[in-house]
Design a binder for this molecule. Sequence first.
Ligand SMILES: Nc1ncnc2c1ncn2[C@@H]1O[C@H](COP(=O)(O)OP(=O)(O)OP(=O)(O)O)[C@@H](O)[C@H]1O
Ligand SMILES: [Mg+2]
Length: 247
Amino acid sequence: MRAPAALLSADGVSKHFGGFVALEGIDLDILPGERLGLIGPNGSGKSTLVNCLCGTLRHDSGMITFAGRKLDGLPAHQRTRLGLARSFQLPKPFRSLSLADNLRVPLLYAVNARPGARLSRAAVAARAAELLADVGLADKRHRLPRELTQVEMRKLELARAVASAPRLLFADEAMAGLSPSEVEEILAVLFRLNAGGITIVLIEHIMRAVMNFSTRLVVLVAGRRIADGAPEEAMRNPEVERAYLGE
Ligand SMILES: Nc1ncnc2c1ncn2[C@@H]1O[C@H](COP(=O)(O)OP(=O)(O)OP(=O)(O)O)[C@@H](O)[C@H]1O
Ligand SMILES: [Mg+2]
């Protein structure tokens, strides 16, 4: 039987910063509906890979396709319209806008920019309220981002990414620095989004969360993909053990 067609494929994607090779020929297929954990030591290239896939950075060589379309050279906002979304490791809300207005931006500029989409003002407001309710921020819709706690900020960052109605979401360290119960809250949000049909790539250092969430694990070390497979198996890979435990 053939494997299901990948939603996103990276084929030999490389990226360097000056003389430093941050990604070296990354091959990666992300399948529709999966919950993929992307792990690796600090500086191994995880965020750089997300940046190249989402168009925040330009890759140097290799090919990226999403839903059958070549992405190479497309700017980030066009990839967003095609259905790619990401949350940033350091949340990037519009600081002078209320939470509700923070969500109206992707609704107006990503969702309403799609062919055939035309949400009315009322529909945009209703969808913004619904997205905030989904992450437990309904009663803060008129607040500014600076009034939020750290976990609330992470939830806003996810809601902003989800507002663009993505098919694929990269959550880049959405849980760093949170307490165990807050980590569970974010995980619950991600599980719900996945159950609603969004394919999710979780980039995370909290191994308990990664192992709980992921149906597959990809491990980057020094810009190379050194393991890809069932989570327990990937963690038993000797190269992964060496990278994590030192020699
Ligand atoms: N814009 C840039 N210019 C120069 N070097 C960069 C740039 N962005 C990333 N790097 C370097 O590329 C390497 C990979 O960085 P990246 O942020 O992708 O790692 P990461 O796996 O996401 O790490 P972390 O787990 O700490 O978030 C690091 O050595 C980093 O210093
Ligand atoms: Mg990173």
